[in-house]
Each structure stands twice: as C-alpha cells, then as structure tokens.
Design a protein around this ligand. Structure first.
Ligand SMILES: [Zn+2]
Ligand SMILES: [Zn+2]
Length: 265
C-alpha cells in the first residue's frame, strides 16, 4: 500500500509552491469526467453538462408569457391578450398595489423549474445554478429595453440560523449573477432578517402576511436614497416576502423593483 506522502508532489506555480495529493487529484478527475444522469428524466448527461439536468429537460421550462399583470406578473386569462399588454393589472394590484414598482419574472414555478429550484435549494445541488443563471441571462438579454435603469441589487436574506443550516443563500447566488451581468453593485448586507420565520410554503396568504411582518431590517439605509434597487428572490409565491422587504427598502426613499426566477401559476 502506498502511503499518502508518497503520492504527494510539490508544484511550482509562479512564485508559489503548492503541495498536491495525487490520489485526491485522480479521484476528482475521474468523477469530473464520468457522465452523470439527469436528475429529472434519468437520461445520461452530456459530458460537459455540469447542471445536473439535461438540455431536453431545461428546454421544457415554462416561460412566463403574456397576458400577465404588469406589476406582479400574475398570469391573466387569455381574453386579456391583445397587442398591448403593458397596462393590465390583476385585481389584487388594483386594490392593494405592492410597495415595489414592478416584478421581473422569467418563468413559471412548475414542472422542471420547480424541481430544479427544489434540488438546488434543498438538496444543495449547486451545479443547477448554472442552468438557473442561464435562464436569467436569456431573460435579461430579452428584456434589456424594458428594464429600468437600476443602481443596486439586493438579495432577500436568509435568517442566520437558516443560512447556517443550508450553507448558502440561493437568492444571493442569483443576485450576484445579475449584478455582474448588468454591471450593478451587489449589496449583500442591504437587508437583514431580524426574525426567524417558519417556512412559508405551507401557509395561506393571510398567515404568510402575519408570519413575515417585521422580519426584515434595512442596514445603512442612506446608501439607497433615491436609488433604483432590484430586490432578488428565487420564487415569487404570493409576493408577501418580497413585498415586506420592498416596504422596508422603500422607507429609505429608494425605488424598488423585484426579480424572481419563477412565479407560481
Ligand atoms: Zn432530463
Ligand atoms: Zn398584479
């Protein structure tokens, strides 16, 4: 049996000397080249596909297409579909318009997209973020002319207890991509989750409202004064989380826009 010291080599990289363990390098290399299966349909993935999902399945993602509410993106019945979609508002936004000006949402939270986000968020399949950021990029390219001139990107934060559990904030990964792609400032600590809230997924709208109230605080709000802020989350369900966060940011006299990867139909 060879011991580990025998398998270690020292490489000279520039002025730096790095010890490399050949055993772990070979192991890592092999798993890198082994084809894996699509986590949705089970077919083997192309060797260079590191997103855990095959191109065919990614192709089945349902994009959010008109007619939808011009503020919150809620899909509207097809009779609203005429040449100008820009002025339609859903009943909810007519009665109680949200604190944000407009939500930008590429897809519907169903089928492949729902599975992909769940695998990314709850199973820690980080490679899926490659597919999710690709969808974001396609959407941003497509809607570049309808986007307002933004200044800052702020992710919806997780409570530190949840962040510790999960190890990453999915909203921050998306927000970071958008900030880089649109050349905007990412403000990671713009919002703080001051209250631990139980998962919203099983709650009704009214319960969600009570559950989320007072959950966020703005940090150094003077940074946002008269700025256009893009608030980013992974999923738009009832919008109460994004709206509560938008309410806090708006207090700093900022104008708030919202981005979510997917919206419940
Ligand atoms: Zn597949
Ligand atoms: Zn609406």
């Amino acid at each position: 049996m060879l011991d580990n010291s025998f398998l270690s080599v020292t490489l000279q990289i520039g002025k730096k000397r790095v010890d490399v363990n050949l055993k772990s390098l070979i192991k890592g290399g092999i798993s890198f080249f082994l084809p894996a299966d699509c986590l949705i349909c089970g077919k083997s993935l192309e060797p260079l596909n590191r997103s855990f999902i095959c191109e065919y399945c990614w192709g089945k993602v349902k994009w959010l297409t008109p007619p939808y509410c011009s503020i919150c993106g809620r899909p509207l019945p097809s009779e609203y579909n005429c040449s100008d979609n820009s002025s339609f508002l859903c009943g909810e936004c007519q009665v109680r318009p949200p604190y944000f000006k407009k939500a930008f949402i590429p897809t519907l939270y169903q089928g492949v997209m729902k599975e992909a986000i769940k695998l990314f968020k709850y199973k820690g399949k980080m490679g899926i973020s490659r597919g999710l950021t690709k969808i974001t990029r396609i959407y941003l390219d497509h809607s570049r002319f309808s986007l307002p001139e933004l200044n800052l990107v702020i992710p919806i934060p997780l409570h530190r207890r949840k962040l510790k559990e999960r190890g990453f904030n999915q909203a921050e990964i998306i927000a970071k991509f958008i900030a880089e792609y649109l050349n905007l400032n990412l403000v990671r600590d713009g919002l703080i989750r001051v209250r631990f809230t139980n998962s919203q997924t099983q709650l009704k709208r009214e319960e969600r409202l009570t559950n989320i109230k007072g959950a966020f605080k703005v940090k150094k709000g003077e940074r946002f004064k008269r700025k256009r802020v893009l608030l980013v989350d992974d999923v738009y369900t009832t919008g109460v989380t994004l709206n509560e966060a938008a309410k806090e940011i708006k207090k700093t006299k900022a104008e708030v826009y919202v981005f979510a990867l997917a919206r419940t139909p």
